[in-house]
Design a protein around this ligand. Structure first.
Ligand SMILES: NC(=O)c1ccc[n+]([C@@H]2O[C@H](COP(=O)([O-])OP(=O)(O)OC[C@H]3O[C@@H](n4cnc5c(N)ncnc54)[C@H](OP(=O)(O)O)[C@@H]3O)[C@@H](O)[C@H]2O)c1
Length: 334
């Protein structure tokens, strides 16, 4: 019998999630059965959707989320002892996974950690995991960027946004990133090669964007929603494309906030605005993981992680990420 710990969400979050909304539960795992594996968790991901989806689950529920771990016991030879797996078993330190239950969604699957070629296994929940696939498909498939076009990305210094901006540079675009601190702006411009970065907390984004993109915006990758997105969309060129990835500016709000209408811009500029869930490309994720890994290894794509250490610190990492403390992908080392 293995002693395990997990985070259980007790309450519907009101505003910023509180520590008291979670219980850490200790329990014993039973011996594994046919098809099951026992996994020692090494890395746990904290992500915005863990906040956004709270109201969709009846409480109490085990906190879901992507994680990377090592197989310690196995009743499926395809997952030998010592191999690493990615699953959606969430915030726990040990878990049993039934490898026979492979659903249509990534959240219902377990898969072997992609070949990361000496990169940290933590990338399996970051640049070579769900957020990397989100940036790759959400940007390339929906924005369909063309070299020379101007691309704007919000949440630009985060897990998804920092990869989107760099893929846009790889594709030969001019890239403008919007993020929430001067340090993030500096990182985007000086280390990631963004053509321009803007701090939405200190700048008038409408005026700053007119200056940074005097010829208008062709593609917008929207991580944040709200008024900033309305401002950007109103500065788009004819036949511009908007990939709507998320709306983190509203995740902690009880009621959906209001923003300037977009219809005039959508109609007169003939814009395409498309939302997506990264799971629609689940069967192509391995292709993206290959290309993303190669870009990282060859230095075309720079990845940064914001690492918090300790199982007891997952809550702090989660609310820290929601507050913008992370540069790059927020992960917790268990
Ligand atoms: N559609 C999909 O399938 C899919 C998949 C994955 C992620 N997503 C979405 O992608 C977005 C980015 O996710 P991520 O994992 O890459 O997270 P992230 O950007 O690494 O972390 C969240 C960031 O959001 C920013 N933020 C917080 N409050 C904000 C506000 N009021 N206005 C503007 N920015 C705010 C913070 O950066 P600042 O310091 O810049 O404020 C924070 O660092 C989220 O909206 C998420 O829900 C969608």
């Amino acid at each position: 019998m293995v002693n395990a710990r997990k985070y259980v969400v007790k309450n519907l979050f009101q505003g910023v999630p509180k520590r008291e909304d979670f219980d850490i539960v200790e329990y014993k795992l039973p011996p594994i059965q046919n098809g099951e594996i026992l996994v020692k968790v090494e890395w746990v991901s904290v992500d915005p959707y863990q906040r956004a989806y709270n109201s969709k689950y009846p409480t109490p529920y085990d906190q879901f989320g992507f994680q990377v771990g090592t197989v310690e016991d196995t009743r499926n030879p395809k997952f030998p002892v010592g191999s690493r797996v990615v699953s959606h078993k969430g915030w726990c330190d040990y878990c049993i996974i039934d490898t026979n239950k492979q659903g249509a969604m990534a959240v219902d699957r377990v898969y072997k950690l992609p070949n990361l070629k000496n990169l940290s296994p933590s990338h399996g929940v970051g640049a070579v995991g769900m957020p990397g696939a989100t940036a790759y498909f959400g940007f390339l498939e929906i924005c369909k960027p063309v070299a020379g076009e101007t691309v704007v990305v919000t949440g630009a210094a985060g897990a998804v946004g920092s990869i989107v901006g760099q893929i846009a540079k790889i594709k030969g675009c001019k890239v403008i990133g919007i993020a929430g601190s001067d340090d993030k702006v500096k990182w985007l411009e000086e280390e990631l090669g963004f053509d321009k970065a803007l701090n939405y907390k200190t700048m008038d984004i409408g005026a700053a964007l007119k200056e940074a993109a005097p010829n208008g915006v062709d593609c917008y990758f929207d991580n944040v929603g709200g008024e900033i997105s309305s401002t950007i969309i109103n500065q788009m060129n004819n036949f511009g494309r908007v990939s709507v990835c998320g709306s983190i500016s509203a995740y902690n709000d009880g009621q959906l906030p209001k923003a300037t209408v977009l219809q005039v811009a959508i109609v007169t500029k003939q814009l395409k605005i498309e939302g997506f869930m990264v799971y629609q490309w689940i069967n192509q994720w391995p292709e993206a993981f290959n290309e993303l890994t190669n870009w990282i290894i060859t230095g075309k794509l720079k990845v940064r992680e914001h690492v918090t250490e300790g199982f007891d610190k997952i809550y702090d990492a989660f609310v820290g990420m929601l507050a913008g403390e992370n540069v790059g992908k927020a992960v917790v080392k268990i």
